[in-house]
Design a protein around this ligand. Structure first.
Ligand SMILES: Nc1ncnc2c1ncn2[C@@H]1O[C@H](COP(=O)(O)OP(=O)(O)OP(=O)(O)O)[C@@H](O)[C@H]1O
Ligand SMILES: [Mg+2]
Length: 333
């Protein structure tokens, strides 16, 4: 039998109804007892029994979510994050149970992400370390002679390790909210020019074009952090753009925002990967097969920084080919 009070949304109202019903029952039973000439003690006993039964019946289910929440919370404290509370009532306890389940979902998701992260980090660190170790063992055994190519490879592996560790530290600092932005107003062309100059040094065979209109357009941001964003975007763009190609860095104000774009002439990002490239350690299959690629942290860092600025970042397909990375930052504080 379902509880007749189940639909009520307030515990106070439920309790009031239960009390009134119990009092009324007691009175009614007492009256009937007087009419049937029962003794006072007997009347009181029967009335109390019936009232108790009724209270039991009516308040059924009112506290069971609390008990099941207690069970679930204990299970979660032990590390079992799958336990949930079944919600039957619409009152405060029922709403608390709903909130509890939401919280449990959230904790389970965070836990899953943490496990993923640890697994990914260990994997990314292990690969270059194993390679380095194998080479060093061969050198130690005298199987190979130290030659400049070998040393350059080992150096590249150490650099990759160092870059990875720096990125991880950056990301954890950003995610823990430990970074404060030092926002100032400065000409966005300065930043894009600096990033383009660095890009030209790294990829001399690619043309970098900075296109800012109006040319003195200012941006309100943390210059160093924003530089990091565009260095990461240009790093990717340069990796995918063929020699002789062009990378465009563009800035245009629109509707209280500044839209900044990095356009390249690479293969672009497949539509199904567009949202996922901003996840930590995500790489498209194409770039996984290329050994030159990084570890998939650059865009995750970029997204954190843009988020901290209250902006948005997304990847788009460029017509006819190439990738367009769009960053939108609010112009005001
Ligand atoms: N301009 C681009 N064109 C095509 N694919 C891209 C482009 N930018 C990013 N990607 C894809 O998104 C993935 C994630 O990029 P991200 O910058 O986060 O990592 P990464 O460049 O592989 O490594 P890291 O930046 O940490 O050195 C890349 O591996 C690549 O597959
Ligand atoms: Mg990158």
């Amino acid at each position: 039998m379902t509880n007749p009070l189940r639909r009520l949304r307030s515990i106070k109202v439920k309790l009031s109804i239960v009390i009134v019903a119990a009092v009324a029952t007691t009175l009614a039973v007492n009256e009937i007892g007087i009419y049937l000439n029962f003794r006072a003690g007997f009347r009181a006993g029967v009335a109390a029994l019936i009232a108790l039964l009724m209270v039991q019946l009516m308040s059924r289910g009112m506290t069971s979510p609390l008990r099941s929440m207690e069970r679930a919370a204990t299970a979660m404290a032990r590390g079992d994050l799958d336990e949930r509370v079944s919600v039957t009532s619409k009152d405060e306890v029922g709403r608390l149970a709903v909130a509890f389940n939401l919280m449990a979902d959230e904790i389970a998701e965070v836990d899953r992400q943490r496990r993923d992260l640890v697994a990914n980090v260990s994997h990314e660190l292990r690969t270059p370390i194993s390679a380095l170790r194998a080479t060093l063992e061969n050198l130690d055994d005298g199987v190979v002679e130290p030659d400049p190519v070998l040393i350059a490879t080992m150096l590249a592996q150490t650099e990759r390790l160092q870059r990875l560790v720096t990125q991880l530290l950056d990301l954890s600092r950003l995610e823990s909210g430990g970074t404060l932005l030092h926002r100032i107003r400065f000409p966005v062309a300065d930043l894009l020019e600096a990033v383009a100059d660095e890009g030209s040094l790294q990829a001399p065979r690619i043309t970098f074009t900075v296109d800012v209109d109006p040319s003195e357009q200012a941006v309100y941001a943390d210059p160093e952090r924003l530089h990091q964003v565009f260095a990461n975007l240009v790093d990717n763009a340069a990796r995918f753009t063929p020699d002789g190609g062009e990378i465009i860095l563009r800035a245009r104000p629109y509707d209280h925002h500044l839209r900044l774009e990095v356009l390249d002439e690479g293969p672009g990002i497949p539509p199904e990967a567009m949202a996922r490239v901003f996840e930590r350690f995500y790489r498209t299959d194409d770039s996984r097969s290329r050994d030159a690629g990084g570890s998939g942290l650059g865009l995750a860092i970029a997204r954190w920084i843009v988020d901290l600025h209250g902006g948005r970042i997304r990847a788009e397909q460029r017509d006819p080919r190439g990738c367009r990375m769009v960053v939108e930052l609010p112009l005001e504080a």
